[in-house]
Design a protein around this ligand. Sequence first.
Ligand code: ATP
Ligand code: MG
Length: 566
Amino acid sequence: MANAPVQRMSQLMAKTLRDDPADAEVLSHKLLVRAGYVRRTAAGIWTWLPLGKKVLANVERIVREEMDAIGAQEVLLPALLPREPYEATGRWDEYGAELFRLQDRKGGDYLLGPTHEEIFTLMVKDQASSYKDLPVMLYQIQTKFRDEARPRAGILRGREFLMKDSYSFDLDDEGLARSYALHRAAYQKIFERLGLDHRIVAATAGAMGGSKSEEFLAPAEAGEDTFADCPNCDFAANTEAIAYDLQPVDGSGVPAAEDIPTPDTPTIETLAASLGVPASATLKNLLVKVDGEIVAVGVPGDREVDLGKVEAHFAPAAVELVTEADFAARPDLVRGYVGPQGLDKVTYVADPRVAPGTAWITGANKADTHAKNVVAGRDFEVDAYVDVVVVQEGDPCPKCGTGLRLDRAIEIGHIFQLGRKYADALKLDVLGRHGKPVRVTMGSYGVGVSRAVAALAEQTADDKGLCWPAEVAPADVHVVAAGKALQTELALAVSEKLSAAGVRVLVDDRAGVSPGVKFTDSELIGVPRILVAGRRAAEGIVELKDRRTGEREELTVEEAVARLTA
Ligand code: ATP
Ligand code: MG
């Protein structure tokens, strides 16, 4: 490979900024903009400037090398896709508002690909005809489009973003398990090489379908995911994926249910205070509409409902909160006093914590009235038990019972054993060993390539700026000319020497910029090593600084070059 030419800052298409962009909420957004890596083009849509493009390309290269290493073959599919395959799998509708749909001049429907299960399935259907053609693993590194509801957090959540997506095609479950294990191991290598601290946690398959699924999470404050970690055993899961088993109790000794007057207690807080009981003794019933039908969701009064879990349970049906108009249309539903006993024409979904035999204080379906000793399974029936509460710190580990720890994280990768959902919808068969058609089983695997850049920035930045791990940094060394012509001359000469030896060099040769500004910029830009041609340039002495530790030493030019090319 030819050595990269020295990148001169005097010519670099990127300006550093002193102030954080006004709309920036998270550290990576602030720093990547300030250091001149990216610029916002529209909400959730980003331009990569030269330094950013270099980091992005480094991430891509690492991902590509590790995918190639497990025998996956790189392809490139279009991003502009026809409607029909997504219609066949139901995702044209199920994807909802997140899907960018558009029409061509003839009125034909198209979409901008959010993920490509359908198109890969059709490609294999076209190319593979016999069991001899399988197994096969295919991947691409491509721009994806999702009209995210809240494109916040800079490039952590874009509406256009770069993803590596791969897909495995196998004849049987053992084959799928093997392809999945290969991907899992490749992802561990990728994230290790990237220098991303990460955890593998159990996940829900969500709208993707299929059975087993795990997420790769990068712990960071800015993350939108919460994961639970057991301090005692190996259990780790996205809190969305935690569901407790139903454990019925003996409620036979509970006296009969009775109504109690409770004026002005429409909230759990007012109710618990007026009765002098803990909120956990009360049953909270949240009303939602699922595809227009009212559903009540019951959870202990001291717990919050995780709407994401409710949505996941009813997907692809749409879940909405009830409105004034819904209460007006249903006088039997008394706001603030809803109870599951005697509720008519309402589906009742309860959390497993509302197990058969448990007794509750809950609404009596009359204004200013509650009922006590209301027993699940005796006084009301539960149509479906679904774990819907927000997991809290200290909740018991589903495996060993120890109190769970919760942390925020960024989802950087997701691997799924899809099974035959897409193969069934698109009829992907190959001729089996015994001459009969065999339905193919699939896996699907994603890495957020652009998101990984932001996740790295989140995890590695310090109070001075970005601080890249060596393999992804936009350069190996940032040479700073701190002075006048003499320093600039020396800086450029050292840069050429280093470049000739295969070192990637960014040199700050800007005229009329003070050494102070250059030092600040070098720390903001975050190249791992900084080489300063300054006060002792005339003697051929330079200073080599470690961006992370701040350690510095004076060396002769020869020593510095030897150190950097070692
Ligand atoms: P999220 O829960 O964050 O929306 P997802 O479950 O929708 O992610 P997948 O469909 O599994 O994500 O996509 C694979 C990978 O692509 C994710 O693990 C993530 O790293 C990345 N990714 C997903 N959505 C975005 C986005 N809007 N911007 C940047 N990267 C994304
Ligand atoms: Mg998403």
